[in-house]
Design a protein around this ligand. Structure first.
Ligand code: FAD
Length: 346
């Protein structure tokens, strides 16, 4: 007779310092790690943790932890990459929620499958990628996302979400709003191209390729260009704690954009395809407001990229939040623009 899967070991008062890229030292009341869905179901069946929230954690690269957490934190380590379908033009590739995102991207690059190479080197897991529709260098996962599977935490049934069901937007999805706290994403499937379809319009990519005299980049060359740019611009969380972009780039109406463009000489801005709204780089506002390189105790603003708030060692989550509030206020006072936080503050 088959033995029922046992619940995994549950640790108490567990430090999360090495489980979030900001390196914030708070404790989880309870902590565990699961490598299959049955382990989660076993925890639920046991019933010991039904009175406290269950919070899922990938690699902690998009969270800012501000206090000890009275919850069961569950690190998601559902692994595996599987080719589920292919035809002459495309492959449908599915990965477990716990697979490291960049490992997945490099796997597709090695196989010469095109679609997510511009998203090279983004930290985190495959399962967290749909949460905010991760994006970089002119590409978002919604462009190649096919479907995901998620465990409905009320019914304990697996549900399939097609692209349209996820309500993807700029750093947004159903899972950050109506679906928040109701699902454990277990796997994600992407539809990738067998023929290269390079997205090179982003300025920095064109610069790197032209320095290397590459006019028709292969998928691998494009991934390498993105990696080079990211390594030169963004702080490595292993060296300085951070969560990448702390704020979203503000998107404003055409009339508001006209006001900004007329008032501030040389302000960078980008049209949004299919909309009259205009996007402005949040980093520009923060830099112009004088915050780039600012440091207060161990909380600071990165010296090369003003959009990235950093922990130089022992900053608390509260200190990072306070700094972010000061930045928001000064950008609002100077430009009349309200910055929105991208990182999940817990
Ligand atoms: C240096 C750096 C650069 C970055 N650059 C980019 C970038 O270019 N573009 C971009 O979009 N993002 C970027 N990010 C942000 C981050 O990498 C992504 O948001 C990533 O997808 C987070 O993955 P994670 O596994 O670390 O998620 P976590 O931080 O662990 O979790 C994020 C949220 O998702 C939830 N969650 C995680 N896994 C699951 C699951 N399986 N089911 C249900 N809920 C889940 C968590 O509860 C939490 O609310 C960057 C971060 C850093 C540190």
């Amino acid at each position: 007779m088959e033995q029922p899967i046992e619940a995994p070991i549950i640790y108490e008062n567990f430090s999360l310092k090495t489980f979030n890229t900001f390196g914030i030292d708070v404790k989880a009341r309870f902590f565990t790690e699961i490598s299959n869905i049955d382990q989660y179901l076993a925890i639920v069946r046991e019933g010991k943790f039904k009175s406290i929230p269950h919070l899922f954690l990938g690699e902690g690269s998009n969270v800012l932890l501000t206090k000890d957490i009275l919850a069961l934190i569950i690190k998601i380590s559902l692994m595996g990459i599987e080719l589920i379908k292919e035809n002459d033009n495309c492959v449908w590739l599915k990965a477990g929620a716990g697979v490291n995102w960049d490992d997945f991207v490099q796997y597709t690059v090695q196989h010469n499958w095109s679609g997510i190479e511009n998203l090279s080197l983004i930290p985190g897991t495959v399962g967290a990628a749909p949460m905010q529709n991760i994006g970089a260098y002119g590409v978002e996962i919604k462009d190649t996302f096919n479907h995901l599977e998620a465990l409905n935490l009320s019914t304990l049934q697996l549900e399939k979400f097609e692209n349209a069901d996820c309500l993807f937007g700029y750093r947004e999805s159903f899972f950050k709003h109506a679906g928040k706290g109701n699902y454990l994403i277990t796997s994600v499937c992407f539809q990738l191209n067998k023929k290269a379809n390079p997205k090179t319009t982003y300025g920095a990519i064109m610069d790197v390729l032209s320095q290397k005299n590459i006019t028709h980049p292969s998928i691998k060359e494009l991934a390498e260009a993105v990696i080079l740019i990211r390594q030169s611009k963004l702080p490595n969380p292993k060296e300085i704690g951070n969560s990448g972009s702390f704020f979203k780039n503000p998107t404003v109406s055409k009339s508001e954009a006209d006001r900004l463009i007329q008032s501030f000489d040389g302000i960078p801005h980008y049209p949004i395809v299919g909309s009259t709204d205009v996007k402005f780089p949040a980093g520009w506002f923060i830099e112009q407001a004088g915050w780039k390189g600012f440091r207060e105790g161990d909380a600071g603003v990165h010296s090369k990229q003003a959009l990235v708030l950093v922990n130089y060692g022992n900053a608390t989550g509260g200190e990072i939040v306070q700094l972010s509030e000061k930045i928001k206020k000064s950008v609002l006072d100077k430009f009349g623009v309200q910055l929105e936080t991208e990182v999940n503050i817990i």
